[in-house]
Write a protein that binds this ligand. Structure first.
Ligand code: NAD
Ligand code: TYD
Length: 349
């Protein structure tokens, strides 16, 4: 029996990781710890909430005493840490929230694991989920490898980079068994519509403008979220302790091109005339400090652990659009209330 704590399991990537572990490993006990911030949603987990090997715990990783007591109570053997503030634009308006959750929250978990495991590290693992954004911004050439120096440019990526440093410092100083992975942009079902693709899907559906920052020339490397969850499973079970693995889609797109492709898919699905949704594209003021290009060299995880993305991008994007179009209640629930305030503040000018 393995007791695994997954943090942030009610969020976008977390719910796919929880689902994969709960379904694939009935002999494990999976504990999902989530504070249910605006980004966390238990509706994401309706299909598995009754499973015997699954327990949900509502709680805040910034509360050190609560986290310590949780480790004493449940004696977790593995941690997969995803809980975070994850949106760059929000980090620009409220950096301290990112320091609290991403840095202090991570250190609280490291401390609790360290004292709970009390130097008996056999069959223990602290797996920290990070982002390619810690490496900074690329020019036209090159890819981020595991050896690329950290050069975070936004408050979000600075907080994630800082948490990665703490995780490595605990491995070096206290010999805590850790592993870190840094993944590129994810897309897929259940992503909160503050991020580019679900925001545009929601706006196309409602015939609202599609706000493209700057000239739309920034490039991201997109990976289907279920493929990220598969990579996390592979690394958790086969990754070497102390190592870092980059995960990416080998799938670079300029923002303007990906939004045009999305418009074309949505026109077909909604029976709109070809080209109709593209008329909604609106160029708006650029994001402050907007990173130009991210792209991952995923050869280490492929060579060492045999992981590659399973889905072609167009197929993944279609699946994603289908999910949003058939889960209108989910979309309506998450876009009512606070979302409206967020949206009008973010896109006011
Ligand atoms: P998300 O914002 O959708 O979900 C974050 C989850 O963490 C939510 O369920 C939220 O309720 C929970 N949470 C936030 N603060 C908490 C706190 N103080 N205590 C407990 N729970 C808290 O994020 P996501 O997109 O699913 O990202 C998950 C992880 O993967 C993050 O660490 C992020 O940095 C990383 N990541 C994301 C991407 C991406 O494209 N989304 C890419 C690479 C890495
Ligand atoms: P986002 O989904 O916020 O992910 P990240 O900033 O972590 O890469 O943004 C993806 C890209 O899309 C990024 O270059 C910023 C851009 N973008 C827009 O052009 N308009 C928007 O409304 C948003 C949210 C993002």
């Amino acid at each position: 029996m393995k007791r695994i704590l997954i943090t942030g399991g009610a969020g976008f990537i977390g719910n796919h990781v929880v689902r994969l572990f709960v379904n694939k490993f009935p002999e494990y006990e999976i504990y999902n710890l989530d504070q249910l911030t605006y980004a966390g949603n238990l509706e994401n987990l309706k299909d598995i909430e009754g499973k015997e090997n699954y327990t949900f715990i509502k709680g805040d990783i910034t509360n050190a005493q609560f986290i310590d007591e949780l480790f004493i109570k449940y004696q977790f053997e593995g941690v997969i840490h995803l809980a975070a503030e994850s949106h760059v634009d929000r980090s620009i308006s409220d950096p301290l929230a990112f320091v609290n959750t991403n840095v202090i929250g991570t250190v609280n978990l490291l401390n609790a694991a360290k004292s709970c495991w009390a130097n008996d590290y056999s069959n223990k693992l602290f797996y920290h989920i990070s982002t390619d954004e810690v490496y900074g911004s690329l020019g036209e050439e090159g890819l981020f490898t595991e050896e690329t120096s950290y050069d975070p440019q936004s408050p979000y990526s600075a907080s994630k980079g800082s948490s990665d440093h703490f995780v490595r410092a605990y491995a070096n100083t206290y010999k805590l068994p850790i592993v870190i992975s840094n993944c590129s942009n994810n897309y897929g079902p259940n992503q909160f519509p503050e991020k580019l693709l679900p925001l545009c899907i929601n706006n196309i559906k409602n015939n609202k403008p599609l706000p493209i920052y700057g000239k739309g020339e920034n490039i991201r490397d997109w990976l289907y979220v279920v493929d990220h969850a598969r990579a996390i499973n592979t690394i958790f079970h086969q990754g070497r302790a102390g190592e870092t693995y980059n995960i990416g889609g080998i799938n670079e797109w300029k923002n303007i091109d990906i939004v045009k492709l999305l418009c074309d898919i949505m026109d077909k699905k909604l029976n709109r005339p070809e080209g109709k949704s593209r008329e909604l594209i609106t160029f708006v003021k650029d994001r402050a400090g907007h990173d130009m290009r991210y792209a991952i060299d995923a050869s280490k995880i492929e060579k060492e652990l045999g992981w590659t993305p399973s889905l072609q991008f167009e197929e993944g994007l279609e699946k994603t659009v289908d999910w949003y179009l058939s889960n209108t209640n989910w979309l309506e629930n998450v876009t009512s209330g606070d979302y409206q305030n967020y949206y009008s503040n973010q896109y006011q000018s």
